[in-house]
Design a binder for this molecule. Structure first.
Ligand code: HEM
Length: 412
């Protein structure tokens, strides 16, 4: 757990990078849950915007997520603590930053492609993708669990859903990083013009659409092009932005959960071996990984009207962050919450890694669960002697609970 030595919580700005020097500030979150469950941080980057409220308790994250009329995803987007980075009008083109009724219309269209049955149809393909990537590191004594294993797999899984060719995976991952990791100094330096990146992606997707007009495939892009709700089809713009959302939501998230769960297992040899010897525990291990290491640290909402929460006056337009990092470790919801325990019973429908169970509940949860189970199980089976080989390195972006690098080696 990271330690931030503070007497007075009101002085804490959660967007201040030094608060995150030792990783997520879990002790601080626990104090906020007890003493200041609706905590205000003044705005660091753009002071005129008036700061943001942090919601840290499990029950509050759920209540705010479910009340989309009072707490909008569209008003100020869901990504950032401030209004820099991806422009709001671009964010609002994506399902995740839409309010009903627009949101519901689009979600009804796409949800059919992600039912457990439809996802199960891809199981063999996903197994092969994982096997192929693990083959590539099988002969190496040392490799990086993030760069060499975690990065290529989700990109190819989503690519195979969408029907894009493997040679485009790297480019697509790079583009989507711009949307979710904009705070990371390296990414910000590399990509100063997010609008230009967006235009490039739109052009790419339009080409994919044109290809399928000529030769329709059995992939998700073709299905989306032809899908209808109440006799209406998605327009080209909606298709393109949905594509971006799938690429970014599906890539970062599974990569992050795999990496963090594997790192924890490497640091907890007993549980690593226990899981290897009892493959039936894989489902519980994945849920515990999701709970302890939610890929997205938070999602934002904005108040559509003045509202009071735990005695705090939230004004119309104020931004709230729903901290899954905190709520998934709320001791009121989980016993011994900081302990990673693959035998923790009955988690599947409790943690909030996929959101607080409102209208925006993760579209890809079935796919992510299937992918993570196969992926972690295969890694343990093929590399029973995997060992940590140096210090892991975290992504410096508030929104992403993610690693850049986890060096590993074979043998003790
Ligand atoms: C471990 C993996 C994943 C995690 C932790 C995760 C987490 C989340 C979270 C927290 C939300 C927002 C919930 C809210 O605002 O209430 C979300 C929404 C979404 N996720 Fe995921 N996700 C994962 C995997 C995926 C995958 C693989 C896909 C795509 C194939 C995907 C597609 C989406 C989409 C499209 C939305 C927007 C849904 C809506 O607005 O109705 N996610 N996800």
């Amino acid at each position: 757990m990271s330690n931030v030595d503070v007497q007075d919580l009101s002085t804490i700005d959660l967007a201040e990078p030094s608060v995150w020097d030792d990783g997520p500030p879990y002790e601080l979150f626990a104090r906020m849950q007890r003493e200041d469950p609706v905590h205000f941080s003044p705005q660091r980057v753009a002071p005129d915007e008036g700061g943001f409220w942090s919601i840290t308790r499990f029950d509050d994250v759920r209540a705010v997520s479910r009340d989309h009329r009072t707490f909008s995803s569209e008003l100020r987007g869901i990504l950032n603590v401030d209004d820099i980075g991806v422009p709001l009008d671009v964010q609002r083109l994506q399902l995740i930053s839409m309010d009903p009724p627009r949101h519901d219309r689009l979600k009804a269209l796409v949800i059919k492609a992600f039912t457990p049955q439809r996802v199960a149809e891809h199981e063999d393909a996903v197994k092969q993708i994982i096997g192929g990537v693990l083959d590539q590191v099988a002969d190496r004594d040392r490799f990086d669990l993030v760069a060499d294993v975690a990065r290529p797999i989700p990109a190819r899984v989503i690519g195979s859903f969408l029907g894009t060719p493997p040679e485009d995976d790297d480019q697509l991952v790079q583009w989507t990083n711009v949307f979710t990791a904009f705070e990371d100094p390296e990414i910000r330096e590399q990509w100063t013009d997010t609008a230009a990146v967006f235009t490039e992606i739109i052009e790419y997707v339009n080409k994919q659409i044109a290809l399928r007009r000529d030769t329709p495939g059995g992939d998700l892009v073709t299905a989306m092009m032809n899908a209808e709700v109440d006799g209406e089809k998605l327009n080209e713009f909606e298709l393109a932005t949905f594509f971006i959302l799938l690429m970014s939501a599906g890539n970062d998230s599974t990569r992050a959960t795999y990496s963090a769960t594997m790192l924890e297992l490497l640091r907890n040899r007993e549980q690593f071996d226990q899981l290897r010897e009892n493959p039936d525990l894989i489902e519980a291990a994945v849920e515990e990984g999701l709970r302890c290491f939610p890929a997205f640290a938070f999602m934002a909402r904005a108040a559509t009207q003045d509202v009071e929460l735990h005695g705090k006056q939230i004004k119309q337009g104020d931004r709230l962050l729903l901290w899954y990092l905190a709520s998934n470790r709320d001791e009121a919801a989980f016993e011994n919450p900081h302990k990673f325990d693959i035998t923790r019973p009955g988690l599947a429908d409790k943690h909030q890694a996929f959101g607080g169970r409102g209208k925006h509940f993760c579209l890809g949860a079935n796919l992510a669960r299937m992918e993570l189970k196969l992926w972690i199980a295969q890694t343990l089976e093929r590399f029973p002697d995997l060992t940590l080989d140096g210090e892991p390195n975290r992504v410096r972006a508030l929104f992403l609970n993610q690693y850049n690098s986890i060096p590993v080696r074979r043998g003790s």
